[in-house]
Design a protein around this ligand. Structure first.
Ligand code: SF4
Length: 276
């Protein structure tokens, strides 16, 4: 049995920098004798949440009811109103928003006839909606809310499934709705997807290290399935399904929020099984 790793996987630059900033913010808070918080989940990873919690960082959703301290803004960003309420109540802000998402928020603020394309319950889209309230297109059915013969400018979720985006844009075309996308799927997500497309050519099944809530991890697992391979999304080495151990060649990849230690632990567990 062989494990073949994708050419690109794991932490993207935005997540790596956010985790570094969060750990530095915790040190700063400690030196000031203040509590340290993160607004929402820094990234969609239980392993990262546990790491931050061990560093004394507490997860909160708003300043309400919390002692003033240092607050880290999550990687996916937050709305302007929530940011102001932290500032007004005297919290020290450490902004760990990914620069790609800061740029997308600016694009949305200046877009003409704007829409968002993505999952309305994902923190990235919720953060953008907090900057500007616009219609959200989650799938082709939502296009009914737009007007035929009209042009729109869209900001798309950076981790959106390419298949879903293509379907939405195709259906918009059919309905005579013109949508101009102001951004594209994030380069880091695109690179991991390309690497997986190469990997599936030489393996029997794919293990994706990442959490279910992580859109880019879930999309890697879905992409492998679309390519005709069984795929398993694994957020903990103890949760590797038995089926994984029955293939000759396993392809390994990981979402952008999966920490190196977790990837190594999953790899180690699969290797251990075959070493017995
Ligand atoms: S996947 Fe892209 S947009 Fe998302 S945090 Fe990483 S670099 Fe930023």
């Amino acid at each position: 049995m062989k494990i073949i790793e994708a050419a690109s996987y794991g932490f993207c630059s935005g997540v790596r920098s956010a985790v570094d900033k969060a750990l530095k913010a915790a040190e700063r808070a400690r030196s000031l004798g203040l509590p340290c918080y993160v607004c929402g989940s820094l990234v969609h990873s239980r392993a990262v949440a546990d790491m931050l919690s061990s560093a004394g960082i507490m997860e909160i959703d708003s300043p309400d009811g919390h002692e003033k301290g240092v607050v880290i803004i999550r990687t996916h960003g937050i709305g302007d109103g929530l940011r102001h309420s932290f500032e007004e109540t005297g919290f020290i802000i450490e902004d760990a928003t990914c620069p790609v998402l800061l740029r997308n928020a600016e694009l949305l603020r200046h877009a003409g006839n704007p829409v968002l394309i993505g999952n309305g319950k994902h923190s990235e889209i919720m953060g953008l909606l907090g900057c500007r309230q616009v219609p959200v297109i989650e799938g082709p059915d939502d296009l009914d809310a737009l007007t035929s013969g009209t042009s729109y400018e869209a900001v798309i979720q950076t981790t959106l499934s390419s298949a879903l985006l293509d379907e939405i844009l195709h259906q918009a075309d059919v309905k005579g709705i013109y949508i101009r996308c102001l951004n594209s799927i994030c380069g880091a997500s695109a690179e991991r997807r390309r690497a997986l497309e190469e990997l599936v050519l030489s393996v029997d099944a794919v293990v994706v290290v990442g959490d279910e809530e992580s859109a880019n991890s879930a999309e890697l697992a879905a992409l492998a399935r679309r390519k005709g391979l069984p795929s398993y999304l694994v957020s903990d080495p103890d949760m590797i399904p038995d089926a994984v151990f029955h293939y000759n060649t396993i392809g390994l990849t990981a979402g952008a929020s999966a920490p190196d230690q977790l990837i190594e632990a999953v790899k180690g567990r699969i290797g251990e099984y075959y070493g017995r």
